[in-house]
Design a binder for this molecule. Structure first.
Ligand SMILES: Nc1nc2c(ncn2[C@@H]2O[C@H](COP(=O)(O)OP(=O)(O)OP(=O)(O)O)[C@@H](O)[C@H]2O)c(=O)[nH]1
Ligand SMILES: [Mg+2]
Ligand SMILES: [Zn+2]
Length: 301
């Protein structure tokens, strides 16, 4: 047991403001408080902590270097707000209800590409009859894996567990798609609050308030955080947007101009590919829309 100033490292498995839970090297969990006002600890962080006195609350003193971060512009002031760190996979949930918004799916995929982590698409509620446009052909064509599941019936969960194996994943998706339900189905005893989709508005009720990293029985990790429901990636330079669209980035070298934004420029390989149908028009529209929004309101550093 650490005492006084002796420091140990641990993994942050729950974060809510300045408090949360650490997982120590021996697997035990421990409540923590953050020391000072400057440190902003998130789920997935590796931190150093010490034990002041004999209380059992650890004091987090330092965040170890992060491999990557998932960032959005803060709804308060537009500055980068980190939602989670050290991720290896983004798991994007879509469902027939609420109706899929494929622009938000493309924004999640863009964030995954920019932070250098894998991404998979989870089509939940496959027990439901309605089959809305989920863009699955577009996504499959550019190499994203898709798993059809039902948190309700358990269908496909074995495949999902395999896809999560040894990953540190973040579960993202619109409110009401079933993120918490999936965690309840995958992690026995986790008892995450599940909201109701109101029939009148098809909008889910926000039930999750803290960011929590769950451990799957197979060893994978899965983060459920409320900050991802209406997600916009934090992109500090509009020239980086194309790096979030892998099929566009793959063609950018063939454009006449090295700084081509694939809008009105002549001899643009991306526009040619959209016209011939090799790049999806819908994905291209998402690219342009995100580019415009980053150009219109560049986030604060
Ligand atoms: N039919 C069906 N309903 C599901 C399934 N998974 C979840 N639901 C329902 O969808 C609603 C929303 O589920 P949640 O798990 O709370 O959704 P969420 O993504 O966590 O929503 P937020 O926490 O608001 O972001 C609940 O009424 C669930 O019972 C499924 O596989 N099939
Ligand atoms: Mg939830
Ligand atoms: Zn171009």
């Amino acid at each position: 047991m650490a005492t006084g100033t002796q420091e140990q490292s641990a993994l942050v498995v729950a974060a809510h403001g300045r408090r949360g839970l650490l997982e120590c090297g021996d697997g035990r969990q421990k409540p923590y408080m953050v020391k000072g006002r400057k440190l902003r600890v998130v789920c997935g962080d590796r931190v150093l902590w010490s034990q002041p006195g004999d209380g059992d609350v650890a004091l987090v003193t330092k965040i170890c270097q992060r491999d990557n971060t998932l960032k959005r512009p803060s709804p308060r002031d537009g500055r980068a707000e980190i939602l989670a760190a050290n991720l290896t996979q983004m798991a994007i949930v879509i469902a027939p209800l609420p109706e899929p918004d494929l622009f938000i799916v493309d924004r999640y995929l863009c964030a995954a590409e920019l932070m250098g982590c894998r991404a998979i698409l989870i089509f939940n509620k496959s027990d439901m009859k309605s089959k809305p446009d989920t863009g699955s052909d577009d996504y499959q064509a550019i190499g994203y894996g898709i798993v059809a599941v039902s948190a309700r019936t358990g269908q496909g969960l074995d495949l999902l567990i395999r896809a999560m194996d040894s990953q540190i994943a973040i579960l993202v998706g619109q409110s009401g798609v079933g993120k918490s339900s999936l965690i309840n189905a995958l992690v026995p005893g986790s008892a995450v609050a599940v909201g109701e989709v109101s029939g009148a508005t098809s909008e889910g009720i926000h039930t999750t308030t803290a960011s929590i990293m769950h451990t799957l029985p197979s060893g994978g990790r899965l983060i459920d955080t409320p900050g991802v429901r209406d997600f916009i990636p934090h992109i500090d330079d509009s020239r980086h947007v194309q790096a979030g669209f892998r099929e566009i980035l793959a063609l950018a070298d063939e454009c006449r101009f090295a700084d081509c934004q694939h809008l009105r420029e002549p001899d643009c390989a991306v526009k040619r590919a959209v016209e011939s149908g090799t790049v999806s028009m819908r994905r291209y529209e998402s690219y342009k829309r995100l580019l415009r929004s980053v150009q219109a309101s560049p986030p604060n550093a």
